[in-house]
Design a protein around this ligand. Structure first.
Ligand SMILES: Nc1ncnc2c1ncn2[C@@H]1O[C@H](COP(=O)(O)OP(=O)(O)OP(=O)(O)O)[C@@H](O)[C@H]1O
Length: 618
C-alpha cells in the first residue's frame, strides 16, 4: 500500500460516476440549480453573437433594430447574473459534497481496528492527500463537469454559426484543438504525479514547521539552540518542492504557450480568409462579425472543455488516494466466525506468541507462552525493549501475533470483534494522550456513557488523586486543558504538569474499572514519589480479586502481585511470585537488589526484601 495509485485514464473514468452520484445525493437541489445556471451561461454567448450579426445586418441593410438591441440587453443581464449564481451554487455544492466526503473518509479511518497503518509513513501521506482530495477535488470535478457542459453548449452554438459560414473552416478550427487536448491531459497527469511525488517532502516540511511552534518541543529547541537547524531543514524541503514545481511550471508554459500561439495563428488565418470573402461579396459585414465571434468562441470553449477535462482528469487521479484509503478495508483480518468475548472466567493464554512489527524487523516477542489467570494480579517486568508494551498491545489486539495465538477463555482473540474485546478492557498506556478538551471530557472519554455524569467522573478523579486540582481550576471540571483552545471563551484553559496528565489518564482508566481486564503500563510514570506510592496502594486495593496486568519498572510496586513474569529479549525469562523469584536469584532478584540498593539510606539500614519505599527515595 505504498505505490502511487494506478489505473490511469480508465481508472479515473471509472471513478467519475461514483462521485457524481455522491454529489447528487449530497446536494440535489444545489446541483440541479447549478446545472441549470451553467446551461443558461453556455447558451448566452452564441445567442449574443447571432443577435449581434442580426443587428449589424439590419444596421447596414435596413430593418428594425429595437428587438435585437433589447435581446442583447436581456442576454447581457442573464450573463451578468450567471457568474454570481454559479459562484453561490458552486459553494453550496462544495460544502455539502465536502462534508459527505469527509464523513466517508474518517468513517473508514476509524474503522481501522489496529494501529499498523498509522505507523506507515506512505499510508499517512495517502491519508493526507485523501483529506486534501476530499476537500478540493470533488468540487474541482463537479465544476469541471458543469463548466464542461457549459463550454459544450457554447461550442455547439458557435459551431452552428461557423457551419453556416464555412464547413471546411469549422473542421479546421475543431481539428486544430486536438493537440491541445492531448497536451492538457498529459500535463494533468504530471500535476497529479507531482502532488504524490512531493508528498514525503511536504510531510517532512510540515513536521519541521510544526516542531518549531510545538509547545512540547519549545523548551528543548531553545535549550539546544535547534531553531535554526529545524528552520533550515524545513526550508530544504520547501526548496525541493519548489524545484519540482518549477520544472512542472516550465512544462506547462512550454505546452500551453506553444498551443496558444498556434491558436492565434489559426484565428488570424481564418480572419484573413473571411475578409477576402467579404471583399469578394460572398459574405456580409454581419457575417464577418459573427465569424470573428464564432472562431474566438469556438476556440475559447474548446480550450474551456479541454481545460475542464484536464482539471477533472487530475482531480480523478488525486481522488485515487481518497479511494485507496476509503477502500483499504480492515487492517486486521475480520473474524470468519464472529465469537462473543465471554466474561473472563479462566484467563488469557498466550500460546507460543511470536511478533515483529514488520517483515525484516527483529522479533519483539519470541515464542511467549504464559497465562494471565482471571481474578489474579499479574505483573510484567523487564529491561527497556524487553517487549512488555508490545505484549500489552497484542492483548488489546492493536496487532495480531505474527505466529501463535492469544486465547481469551479459550477463544482466539482473532475471532472476537475488536470493539467487543476492547469493551472488556480498561487500560493506561505508557504515554497517555492529553486531549485538548475540558477536564471533564478528558476523563469522561474513558467511558463515553459517563461523559455527563460528573459524580462518576469525580469519583474516578478522586481515586487518581487529581480531583482537588481539577475542581480548583477556573471553571472547575469544565476548564479546557491543553493549549489549542476552541474559542475566545476558552481562554482560561490551563496546562497540566506531566504527572497531573498521568493522573487524568489514570482517572480515565478507572472509569472503565468494571471491565474484565485492567492493563496498567507504567501507571506511575511522571508521578512524584508520594503520589506514586498512593496510586500503587489504591491500585493494589483495586486489583484484589480482579484480573489485572501491571507493568512497572518500580519493582516495589509489583512485589505483591500474584505472579510476576520477567521478560528478557522478547522471551519469558522467569515466572513466579516475589519470594520465589528472589530465591531463584535470577534476573528479577538482580534488578530488585539493584533498585533496593539505590533506596537504602545506608548499606546496613534496610532489608532489600522489605522493598523500597518511594517515600525514602533519594
Ligand atoms: N511501533 C514500533 N515499530 C517498530 N518497532 C517497535 C515499535 N514499538 C516497539 N518496537 C520495538 O519492539 C521492541 C520491544 O519494545 P517494547 O516497547 O515492547 O519494549 P518495553 O519492554 O515496553 O520497553 P520499555 O521498558 O522501554 O517501555 C523494541 O526493540 C522496540 O524497538
Amino acid at each position: 500500500m505504498t505505490g502511487a495509485p494506478r489505473g490511469g485514464a480508465r481508472g479515473a473514468a471509472r471513478r467519475l460516476p461514483g462521485l457524481l452520484r455522491l454529489t447528487w445525493r449530497a446536494a440535489p437541489a444545489a446541483a440541479t440549480g447549478h446545472l441549470a445556471v451553467v446551461a443558461a451561461g453556455g447558451l448566452v454567448p452564441p445567442a449574443a453573437a447571432w443577435v449581434t450579426k442580426l443587428l449589424l445586418d439590419r444596421l447596414t441593410g435596413g430593418g428594425a433594430v429595437l428587438a435585437p438591441v433589447l435581446a442583447l440587453a436581456v442576454l447581457g443581464a442573464v450573463l451578468a447574473m450567471t457568474s454570481h449564481l454559479t459562484r453561490y451554487l458552486d459553494a453550496q455544492v462544495r460544502r455539502e459534497v465536502g462534508l459527505a466526503m469527509q464523513d466517508r473518509l474518517f468513517a473508514s479511518v476509524n474503522a481501522f481496528t489496529g494501529v499498523r497503518r498509522f505507523e506507515d509513513p506512505r499510508f499517512l501521506d495517502r491519508i493526507r492527500m485523501a483529506q486534501q482530495a476530499g476537500q478540493t477535488t470533488p468540487m474541482q470535478l463537479v465544476s469541471a463537469v458543469f463548466m464542461g457542459v457549459q463550454s459544450a453548449l457554447t461550442l455547439a452554438g458557435f459551431v452552428t454559426a461557423l457551419l453556416v459560414i464555412s464547413a471546411p473552416m469549422t473542421a479546421f478550427v475543431l481539428v486544430s484543438a486536438l493537440p491541445l487536448l492531448l497536451v492538457e491531459l498529459r500535463l494533468a497527469r504530471r500535476r497529479a504525479e507531482f502532488l504524490w511525488g512531493t508528498s514525503p517532502a511536504a510531510r517532512r516540511q510540515g513536521l519541521f514547521a510544526g516542531l518549531q511552534t510545538d509547545v512540547r518541543a519549545a523548551t528543548e529547541i531553545r535549550l539546544y539552540g535547534l531553531g535554526g537547524w529545524f528552520r533550515e531543514r524545513m526550508l530544504g524541503e520547501t526548496r525541493a518542492i519548489n524545484r519540482a514545481e518549477r520544472t512542472l511550471d516550465r512544462r506547462v508554459l512550454g505546452g500551453q504557450g506553444g498551443l496558444a500561439l498556434a491558436g492565434a495563428l489559426v484565428a488570424g488565418a481564418g480572419l484573413v480568409w473571411a475578409v477576402l470573402r467579404v471583399r469578394a461579396g460572398v459574405l456580409t459585414v454581419g457575417d464577418i462579425a459573427l465569424f470573428a465571434a464564432a472562431v474566438g468562441g469556438t476556440q475559447g470553449s474548446l480550450e474551456g472543455i479541454v481545460a475542464r477535462a484536464a482539471d477533472g482528469y487530475q482531480a480523478l487521479l488525486v481522488l485515487a488516494h481518497y479511494e485507496a484509503v476509503v477502500n483499504a478495508g480492515p487492517d486486521l483480518p475480520a473474524p470468519a466466525v464472529r465469537r462473543r468475548a465471554p466474561e473472563l472466567r479462566a484467563g488469557i493464554e498466550l500460546r507460543d506468541v511470536w511478533f515483529r512489527y514488520a517483515d525484516g524487523h527483529p522479533w519483539a516477542l519470541r515464542g511467549i507462552s504464559l497465562t494471565i489467570p482471571a481474578g489474579r494480579a499479574t505483573a510484567l517486568v523487564g529491561r527497556n525493549g524487553a517487549g512488555k508494551s508490545t505484549l500489552v498491545k497484542l492483548l488489546c489486539r492493536l496487532y495480531d501475533p505474527t505466529r501463535g495465538a492469544i486465547l481469551w477463555d479459550g477463544v482466539d482473540l482473532r475471532d472476537i470483534p475488536p470493539e467487543e474485546l476492547r469493551e472488556r478492557i480498561g487500560a493506561v498506556f505508557q504515554h497517555p494522550v492529553g486531549y485538548d478538551l475540558t477536564a471533564r471530557e478528558n476523563i469522561g472519554i474513558g467511558d463515553l456513557s459517563a461523559l455527563h455524569d460528573l459524580d462518576r467522573i469525580r469519583a474516578a478523579a478522586v481515586r487518581a488523586g487529581v480531583d482537588a486540582k481539577l475542581a480548583g481550576l477556573p471553571d472547575g471540571y469544565d476548564t479546557m486543558l491543553g493549549r489549542e483552545f476552541f474559542s475566545d471563551s476558552d481562554a482560561d484553559g490551563v496546562m497540566l504538569s506531566g504527572g497531573q496528565w498521568q493522573r487524568v489518564a489514570l482517572a480515565r482508566a478507572f472509569l472503565r474499572d468494571a471491565r474484565d481486564l485492567l492493563v496498567l503500563d507504567e501507571p506511575g510514570t511522571g508521578l512524584d514519589a508520594a503520589a506514586e506510592h498512593a496510586v500503587h496502594r489504591r491500585l493494589r486495593e483495586h486489583r484484589a480479586g480482579r484480573t489485572s496486568l501491571l507493568i512497572s519498572h518500580r519493582l516495589s510496586a509489583v512485589r505483591d502481585a500474584d505472579a510476576i513474569v520477567v521478560l528478557a529479549g522478547g522471551e519469558v525469562a522467569e515466572t513466579g511470585d516475589h519470594a520465589a523469584l528472589m530465591r531463584a536469584g535470577g534476573e528479577y532478584a538482580g534488578l530488585f537488589r539493584l533498585q533496593a540498593d539505590g533506596y537504602r539510606l545506608d548499606d546496613t539500614e534496610e532489608d532489600p526484601a522489605a522493598g523500597p519505599s518511594p517515600l525514602t527515595a533519594r
